[in-house]
Design a protein. Structure first.
Length: 195
């Protein structure tokens, strides 16, 4: 079973995370940010991975460290749970409409950490969440998962819709990429023989 447990404790955050890739979309998520909880619950539901997450962070400052460190842990969990990536599709892409927003995500579990994005959110906050933290989450996730990640905001005006579209499209693209290609389930998906 592709499953892993991550613990990370710093002077800024205390995180425990359990990820099961081959799940049903169940979640038990507790952070200090209601909006981030909402995004991670949506992410879990759309990826069909199971995620248990508890984060106590320095929310008296803001949610920067909480958001970044959760993404670090989630990326690390993906990287560890995928192991040698034998049999996975490796690539995933999804375009998702969220009312007026349209978001495209393409990714590759390449072993090379890289993010390209063109997110343009005009509002500074959604609820208690600084919208710029969406990019911080994506940077940290791509680095920690050693994933090449492209996020394209085709259109959108409402900050909530844009960010929700990003998390849902990301989840759907990951779901495709980590799925097992049953015709080649014993092969590493690279001509190099290793990823």
């Amino acid at each position: 079973m592709r499953k892993t447990y991550i613990q990370r404790k710093t002077s800024e955050t205390d995180i425990t995370l359990q990820l099961t890739i081959d799940g049903t979309g169940q979640s038990d998520i507790h952070t200090d940010s209601g909006f981030l909880n909402h995004m991670l619950i949506l992410f879990t539901s759309h990826s069909k991975m199971d995620l248990t997450l508890k984060c106590n962070g320095d929310s008296d400052v803001d949610f920067h460290h909480t958001t970044e460190d959760i993404a670090i842990c989630l990326g690390q969990a993906l990287y560890e749970a995928l192991g040698d990536k034998r049999g996975i599709n490796r690539y995933g892409n999804f375009t998702l409409p969220m009312d007026e927003a349209l978001i495209s995500v393409a990714l590759d579990f390449s072993g090379r950490a890289h993010l390209e994005e063109n997110i343009n959110i005009k509002q500074n906050k959604v609820g208690d969440f600084d919208t710029e933290l969406c990019k911080e989450f994506l940077y940290a996730l791509a680095r920690s998962a050693k994933m090449t990640l492209h996020v394209v905001q085709e259109r959108g005006d409402n900050a909530h819709h844009i960010i929700e579209g990003i998390f849902k499209a990301l989840a759907r693209a990951i779901r495709i990429a980590v799925s097992i290609d049953t015709d080649f389930k014993n092969q590493i998906p690279s001509t190099k023989g290793v990823i």
